[in-house]
Design a protein around this ligand. Sequence first.
Ligand code: SF4
Ligand code: SF4
Ligand code: SF4
Length: 232
Amino acid sequence: MVKKKLRIGFFSFTCCQGCQFTILFIDKILDILQQLDVGYFHLLKDKDRSKEDFDIAFIEGAITTKREVRKLKNIKNKSKFVVAIGACAVNGGIPSMRNYMENRELEKYVYNQKMLKDSIEVEPLDCFIKVDYHMRGCPIIKEEFVSFLANYAKGKVITEFKGSVCDQCSKRGKDCYLGKKIVCLGAITHGGCDAICTKDNIPCIMCRGPLSSSNFPAEVRLFKSWGLSDMQ
Ligand code: SF4
Ligand code: SF4
Ligand code: SF4
């Protein structure tokens, strides 16, 4: 019997679409996608309306309007497994900067006033639907996407990395930035990225989002003891 291909869809809400482009830039992406039934991936092909259900929905972008909430819930109802891809979908990301501007202030500049009425405070997917897996980062990491798909196809239980960036950092304990009074946010950031930035001699800037179990006050106290202000 021929094994049924996994039917997947890629959806995008408010964001730069950099995570979907990251997927397109994966080596051998066409070989990977040929082993799947891609129902929706608007950067690559028209929507296949023959079936409306998905084994996995990969969703990028933050939710910024009532219309997007309806669309998101509709996708959720049609999908067995939902993966939030990228910081915008997981944490609100860059679009959530809008929350710091009052709509009244925005009214002065936005041409399409009807669209403004539909807008809501920017929120991540979790605020509206149950997300089954969070693929963090800005953008996501290609290797995580490839291994996620391979494991899912084999029926393996998929678990998210629980520790911080420090847990995977080669500088930990010997050459750590904190020892040189250089700001690095690895200790309070979700790991799973293999600490790729610190490997390249770049401090972590928390693109995978804050780790709730971390000691934020201690980190802030440390930076303040170096003379840094709240803004810095
Ligand atoms: S997480 Fe970053 S790369 Fe991905 S869509 Fe948002 S801003 Fe773009
Ligand atoms: S991630 Fe940053 S803070 Fe953590 S061990 Fe590495 S250099 Fe130090
Ligand atoms: S090291 Fe920090 S900034 Fe770099 S990918 Fe990991 S979480 Fe993002």
